[in-house]
Design a binder for this molecule. Structure first.
Ligand code: XMP
Length: 250
């Protein structure tokens, strides 16, 4: 990621998301995804996939072909599957995504380590792949889970759930954390825990109302941007503008 970001002079991760299409029209989705990647690849440093494409196109053949195209353009790929089950199931999920070609996946630390995410980290390590942890999500309801006041099992002190997750990211040696751009004050707090050792991925810029400048000044390393680009009348112009706005901050 760092290398591509440097080369492309961009910290923009494209979320390759499109609105629902009738299953019989799913070929349209493939074409849309291919076209956007072809058009905006010079302005982005990675591509994030979600169920928007894996469900209608399937992982092998459909999405796998798009992963190959992304890799041809030297773009790392992230699967935003928010892994969230028991360890044995998580391991199978992770193995399929990594085998398909994904470089990293997003997982939910709520399930914990033992019989939770341990096997995902092991599967990643075996293949030289990455695991990125949710820490504070970008939507309003995030406060009901990630924002709860909890008692830290290790210190016995009252703290916020997302602060516990930030510490776990360090302990588990995660490759990134996700904190919504809609909450720059939370990015700042998480950044203070991570001390720059783990990059912060920040979704929520544009349609969800997050701002590039405040997110980056608070400590976001990468900005995840979806609909602002994929639904734009001129995706190239939009991607270029977002990249240069982000460049202007740091
Ligand atoms: P938009 O269109 O709002 O898309 O730019 C954002 C993309 O990021 C995903 N998303 C998140 N993923 N943690 C994540 O791991 C989050 O807090 C979060 N918020 C948004 C969203 O599903 C979409 O793909």
């Amino acid at each position: 990621m760092e290398e591509t970001a440097r080369k492309k002079k961009s910290n923009i991760v494209l979320a390759l998301d499109f609105p629902y299409e009738k299953p019989e029209n799913r070929q349209t989705l493939y074409k849309k995804a291919e076209k956007i990647m072809d058009a905006v690849h010079p302005y982005i440093c990675a591509v994030k996939f979600n169920h928007h494409l894996t469900l209608p196109l399937g992982l092998f053949n459909g999405v796998q072909k798009l992963l190959e195209k992304a890799h041809e353009k030297e773009l790392p790929t992230i699967m935003d599957c928010k892994v969230n089950d028991i360890g044995s199931t998580n391991q199978v999920i992770a193995e399929y995504y990594y085998e398909a070609g994904f470089d990293a996946l997003i997982a939910n630390p709520f399930v914990g380590w033992d019989e939770g995410l341990k096997l995902v980290f092991e599967a990643a390590k075996k293949r030289g792949k990455g695991v990125i942890l949710l820490t504070y999500m970008s939507h309003k309801g995030a406060s009901e889970g990630y924002g709860q006041t909890v008692v830290d099992a290790e210190s016995g002190q009252k703290t916020f759930q997302y602060m516990v997750f930030a510490k776990k990211a360090l302990k588990w040696n995660a490759d990134g954390v996700v904190v919504g751009a809609t909450y720059p004050e939370k990015i700042k707090e998480v950044y203070a825990v991570l001390g720059g050792k783990i990059p912060i991925y920040s979704p929520g810029v544009g349609v969800q109302g997050g701002e590039i400048e405040s997110a980056m000044k608070a400590g976001a390393t990468y900005l995840i941007v979806g609909r602002a680009i994929t639904l734009s009348e001129n995706p190239v112009e939009t991607a270029e503008r977002i990249r240069s706005m982000a460049k202007g901050v740091k």
